[in-house]
Ligand binder design. Structure first.
Ligand code: ATP
Length: 743
């Protein structure tokens, strides 16, 4: 049984301010984790107003009250901008109603306004209680028993504006909405050779605009943190015209709703439209995306991340004592970080002040290192003017190898454009290492990769083949014949092994004494030197969408599903898909499957259906166990069902490798490739031939010497020794393993 640190404690949970996709996942995690830890949990409806109104505005929640909510946008407990809560009288009523339910621990999911209201409430709490006692509205003993309000905040905001964390709840889903819209607009714009101005949300924060411009392959962006210098109209048009001359059939400009010029005058999307139409004579349309950005299904990331945040927030809140300071819980570098609540709010508001004061350098810096890197990469990706022959330019080969991963094309496009803008000649190697052996190598121009951003698949072609000893000589000859100065492989484990072989044989083959770079692309997310690989986020979204449909297909029946994901021996897709999809059980090779465990699960399932369950979902990684296959597990469940439920299995298969890359995969592809090219330049400038694995560690892009590769991997089962995401195993258990009634 889980440690019962919540016994005798009561938690309230509310959502406040603007809604954001993923809030439901957080609410669900808060409710279920609290119950798992023995606490009682109360939902406060309609934000702070529910506390003020009391009565049915505060309701005890059970495990099933948050069933079937993961896939929903918005917030099932309602949100509100409560004017009354801004008044002391409102907050006094709120304190009274919380204590009427014995609640002195509160989780609030909202924006910076909601969180500063929460902090004020906490600060005032002892005084509010004293006033209530004096007014005869509260017994002194009750006030004495609850001397402090203990709080935890989660940031629900599609703008991603909280300083101190990487992503706020809802931002990734909003980016999905925007990038989908840009992809759609790009195809119609290209057909008519039109220009589009796309306005996105973000009054003080350009995150959505900038990242959508990079991920959508757009041509220009206007954001509040980096207003353009005087004369920007002319420069923008010149840049768009150069893009057209270089072969673009469309132009897309992204405008954040809070964009201004350096004097602080608003730049509207309509103004931008007129400028383009008047100066370039192009048919230009405006699309204002508006509230669709807030709506709809949460992305896989917003589900697993919000679930994790809710889990950690509750654990911390139940461990808190009256002297504890309130924290905001956010994701930072694939870890949950707890930031003192008022520091987070203060730093976030400071960015708006910096913008108002015209200190744009500080405003950009406050957004974090990768924000600045992305702004720079976008400039390079959209600046065809830099296509000049550079004497120092090198010849860089790019290729794919291994299994297919969505985002390979985005990475190849970024490599070609960034390489060209830095003065290199970019060479496309077709069809992996067999293609390299046979010399299928051609120069790629700026326009050749025009529409590759959103394309699934791998336009350069790829193979899984690792070259044999006899192929090394012809490969060396081809590298020499084509005067390849450096080789960039974007691919999976077989590609890594192939590059390692070249690296290992460099003493015998001088042609391999060039910088060799690996960039991770594999839906399995099993590569050394990187916590995430390009393609894994897209695959997770495919899995979660499939699970949503599978669950809906069971409406009005009593059914168990066993869903099988890809991943070979790496359980990333199964665990994260199960977490984001809301499965009751996950089966991973990392943990193995035993008969004893299956027995326990079947017994639990039987009792759970007897108590009224109508749906059960297990996610099994394809190689979790060679004997207990998906089919075997499904048969066991069926054999033991006693006719109470039926069983279906679903092997998701290759759809996980297909489809247009998610915004996150596109952004990561761009960033990793940008770093790989930096590293190549560093090596070539120094006359060195260092070879590296490029990857994401925490929120930083890093590189690891290729010589270390094998020590990072368990080569038998083809996965890294360190798998950071395995710590989410306990989160799955907390939110899916309903505690059974004590007999
Ligand atoms: P969004 O980022 O979507 O606007 P937000 O949480 O910042 O979300 P606000 O409207 O600023 O949205 O705040 C939501 C609610 O939080 C307010 O309606 C009010 O009830 C409460 N609130 C905000 N600021 C304060 C404050 N200074 N004092 C008391 N309550 C506040």
């Amino acid at each position: 049984m889980t440690e019962q640190i919540g016994a005798g404690k009561r938690i309230g949970i509310l959502t406040s301010g603007g809604d954001a996709q993923g809030m439901n996942a957080a609410v669900r995690a808060v409710v279920r984790t609290a119950i798992s830890l023995g606490a009682e949990v109360y939902a406060v409806f309609e934000g702070y107003q529910g506390m003020i109104d009391g009565g049915a505005g505060i309701r005890r929640f059970g495990w099933d009250d948050v069933g079937n909510v993961l896939h929903r946008g918005g917030t099932v407990i309602g949100t509100f901008r409560s004017k009354d809560f801004r008044e002391r009288a409102g907050r006094r009523a709120a304190a009274r109603n919380l204590l009427a339910n014995g609640i002195d621990r509160l989780v609030v999911i909202g924006g910076d306004g909601s969180l500063s209201g929460l902090d004020l409430f906490r600060t005032e709490w002892p005084d509010l209680l004293a006033e209530l006692v004096e007014a005869g509205e509260l017994d002194q003993e009750v006030a004495d028993a609850h001397p402090a309000l203990m709080i935890a905040g989660l940031v629900g905001s599609i703008d991603n504006d909280l300083v101190g964390t990487d992503m706020t709840i809802g931002a990734d889903s909003a980016l999905h909405r925007i990038v989908d819209a840009i992809d759609d607009l790009a195809s119609t714009a290209a057909s008519h050779q039109r220009s589009f101005v796309v306005e996105v949300m973000g009054r003080h924060c350009g995150y959505l605009a900038l990242m959508a411009a990079v991920a959508g392959g757009c041509d220009y962006v206007l954001i509040p943190e980096d207003p353009p210098e005087a004369g920007w109209e002319e420069r923008m048009c010149a840049e768009l015209a150069r893009g057209r001359a270089a072969g673009r059939r469309d132009s897309i400009v992204v405008v954040a709703e809070g964009a201004t010029d350096r004097e602080g005058n608003a730049i509207t999307s309509e103004q931008v439209r007129q400028i383009i139409e008047q100066r370039l004579g192009e048919d230009t349309r405006v699309t204002i995306l508006g509230h669709v950005q807030r709506g709809g299904r949460p992305s896989a990331f917003d589900r697993w991340c919000s679930t994790w945040l809710g889990y950690e927030a509750v654990r911390a809140l139940l461990a808190a004592d009256p002297g504890s300071e309130g924290h905001v819980f956010g994701i930072r570098g694939n870890r949950v970080a707890a930031v003192p609540l008022m520091d987070a709010v203060r730093n976030t508001r400071e960015v708006s002040h910096l913008i108002d004061a015209g200190d744009y350098t500080a405003a950009m810096a406050a957004r974090g290192q990768s924000f600045g890197v992305m702004a720079q990469l976008l400039r390079e990706l959209t600046e065809p003017s830099r296509i000049t022959v550079n004497e120092a330019g090198k010849r860089i080969g790019i290729m794919h190898a291994g299994g297919l991963a969505p985002g390979m094309n985005t990475a190849a496009r970024a490599a070609v454009r960034l390489g060209i803008s830095r003065g290199h000649t970019m060479l496309g190697v077709r069809d992996g290492f067999p293609g390299l052996r046979d010399g299928r190598i051609t120069e790629l121009a700026w326009a050749d990769v025009e529409a590759w951003t959103a394309d699934g698949g791998a336009n350069l072609g790829l193979r899984r083949t690792i070259p044999g000893i006899e192929e090394l000589y012809p490969i060396g000859r081809q590298l020499e014949n084509h005067q390849v100065d450096a080789l960039l492989m974007i691919g999976g484990w077989n590609g890594y092994q192939a590059m390692y072989r070249l690296h290992d044989e460099r003493d015998r083959y001088p042609a391999f004494r060039i910088p060799l770079m690996c960039v991770p692309a594999s839906i399995d997310n099993n590569l050394p030197g990187s916590e995430l690989a390009i393609g894994a986020d897209t695959a997770l979204n495919v899995i979660v969408e499939a699970i949503d449909r599978i669950k809906q297909s069971a409406a009005a029946t009593r059914r168990s599903f066993v869903v099988e994901t890809m991943g070979r021996y790496c359980g990333y897709l199964a665990l994260m898909g199960g977490l984001a999809g809301g499965s009751e059980r996950v089966y991973l090779h990392e943990e193995g499957i035993t008969l004893a465990q299956l027995n326990r699960d079947i017994e639990w399932l039987r009792r759970s259906f007897a108590r009224g369950r109508s749906l059960f979902l297990a996610v099994r990684n394809e190689r979790a166990n060679e004997e207990y296959t998906t089919d075997v597990i499904a048969r066991m469940l069926r054999a033991e069902s006693g006719g109470v439920y039926d069983v279906r299995q679903s092997v998701l298969g290759h759809q996980q490798q297909g489809g247009s890359p998610s915004p996150f995969d596109r952004l990561m592809a761009t960033r990793l490739v940008g770093h790989a090219l930096d590293k190549i330049a560093e090596q070539l400038d120094a006359g060195a031939d260092g070879s590296y694995l490029v990857g994401l560690t925490g929120s930083r892009v890093k590189d690891v010497p290729m010589g270390d590769m094998m020590s990072l991997m368990n080569t038998t089962v083809r996965r890294p020794h360190d798998q950071w995401w395995l710590r989410l195993r306990e989160v799955v258990t907390a939110v899916s393993d309903e505690p059974e009634p004590q007999s």
